[in-house]
Design a binder for this molecule. Sequence first.
Ligand SMILES: Nc1ncnc2c1ncn2[C@@H]1O[C@H](COP(=O)(O)OP(=O)(O)OP(=O)(O)O)[C@@H](O)[C@H]1O
Length: 276
Amino acid sequence: MTPVLEAKNLKRDYHIPGGLFKPGKTVHAVKGVSFKVEQGKTLAIVGESGCGKSTLARMVTMIDPITEGEMLIDGGKVDIASEPLTSEMRSKVQIVFQNPYGSLNPRKKIGDILTEPLVINTKVPADERRDRAMAMLKKVGLEEKHYGRYPHMFSGGQRQRVAIARALMLNPRLLVLDEPVSALDLSVQAQVLNLLADLQDEFQLTYVFISHDLSVVRHIANDVMVMYFGEAVEYGSRDQVFEDPQHSYTKTLFAATPRVDVDAIRARIERRKRVA
Ligand SMILES: Nc1ncnc2c1ncn2[C@@H]1O[C@H](COP(=O)(O)OP(=O)(O)OP(=O)(O)O)[C@@H](O)[C@H]1O
């Protein structure tokens, strides 16, 4: 099967200009990383702060340019040299950021936030845009009455649902989730993870899930890539990486991580749902 995304030897350098007495320097944030992810699957990218996870997320989402390497979506090459990238190309990959407070425009109603990607990227007429946004609200566990409300009227978990809904409005081939639950309370984390899992099952969505939280990764990933100083030091199936880590950094990372039992939280929520 052709992977939805295949990245080959991706590199990203940042050039930091020097001052009068300080020479400029180049930060090699991502140093040649390759991976692939198939439809309906989740690739988790883990590593500690500064290892290059977000840089990778921004490259895959085409927000940041690639210094070197190749990216194929559905087997077709993303021509990183073509500037500006076409909106059709961009709409294939969407991103959900960590902070549901900062990522939604506080001056816009939820309806406008959801329909905006259609206004910018498509010729879908206004009444159909509204219908699609209403349907999407329901898919992410919100209600039609939320359409006319502002982001400040929602909880953190609900705002992240709005961010997920917005990301799905263009039917992307790939969703990049950059620490999507780490700003949320633990029980809300489990609800949003449940939602992501349900949406993936229903629509065969493909995720690149960026996280520093191994308990979450264990719960959601099919494959795992561990990054360390801009390199992929481990890459394999979830069970392979968790049960038999090869690299000394992965072993240290796993040993240093307290285990939060997300499965138990999820089971508790399911029980509550059944009682209610
Ligand atoms: N715009 C930038 N200019 C210069 N250096 C940058 C820039 N963005 C990131 N870097 C550097 O690139 C490296 C990787 O950063 P990145 O934000 O991708 O890491 P991360 O793993 O996502 O960390 P965190 O989890 O803290 O966000 C770091 O050394 C960082 O300082």
